[in-house]
Design a protein around this ligand. Sequence first.
Ligand SMILES: NC(=O)c1ccc[n+]([C@@H]2O[C@H](COP(=O)([O-])OP(=O)(O)OC[C@H]3O[C@@H](n4cnc5c(N)ncnc54)[C@H](O)[C@@H]3O)[C@@H](O)[C@H]2O)c1
Length: 249
Amino acid sequence: MGRLDDRVVILTGAAKHIGQAYARRLAEEGARLAICDIADCGETEAVVKEAGAEVLPMQVDVSDETQTKQMARQVIERYGRIDGLVNNAALFNGLHLTKMEDVEMDEWDRTYAVNVKGTFLCCRAVVPYMKQANGGKIVNIGSGIFLGGLTGWPHYVSSKAAVMGLSRTLAKELGAYHITVNTLAPGGTDSGAQFHRAEDAPIDPPRHRPLDRPAVPEDLTGTLVYLLSSDSDFMTGQMVVINGGIAFY
Ligand SMILES: NC(=O)c1ccc[n+]([C@@H]2O[C@H](COP(=O)([O-])OP(=O)(O)OC[C@H]3O[C@@H](n4cnc5c(N)ncnc54)[C@H](O)[C@@H]3O)[C@@H](O)[C@H]2O)c1
């Protein structure tokens, strides 16, 4: 028996890296999945099927409200309900790691369109169905990066602070419907992602991590299962930081 048996969960940013690890674990816990990404989700679809779970792959740009509404409708058509939403999609891999003077404002706008507006639009798309069901679980993937700050990368760092603020305000609005909204905030995690670092981009000195080893996606998956399960029914508006203790919160 899995901890999420038969729960219908939408996972965005599911095509690769950490999103794929989430998909595998949710499948192993018995969830019925809708996996969404702007990129092709074929590889993750195979991973979920191998774990023996039902899966609906969808190509969705989370920054486009027509597409996020369509995403929710398709999940209802296929599964009849939506129990959970994981907003993992973000502009992260591929962003330019630059000082503030060098941030391209197009990249700033796209970062906010995906990381902040996209998270909001996916919430807005599923909430009517969760209200009808008088319950639901939303997990927004933030980042612990803004706790210590970073020399540079202001668009990404501030977008992830906004994700926490958004989760808190939605938690207040949706508590009356038994919908929980929490933030899962990883620290730097070895996901295979690549960054574009300008030659003169700052490199912060490494900070001491009490749990002294690199983080891997599997360090995050258990907490995600908890936040989607009934074990966390009385927890909302919180941010759970998983960073080996590199910054405390
Ligand atoms: N890897 C880390 O160190 C780390 C640390 C803290 C937080 N995070 C967060 O964890 C999540 C996953 O990180 P990752 O390392 O796997 O990053 P990643 O960049 O590899 O994955 C992000 C996914 O989002 C998808 N995506 C981008 N734009 C989209 C859009 N408009 N619509 C739908 N999907 C879109 C991408 O195709 C990709 O599959 C992100 O939210 C990231 O900000 C990562």
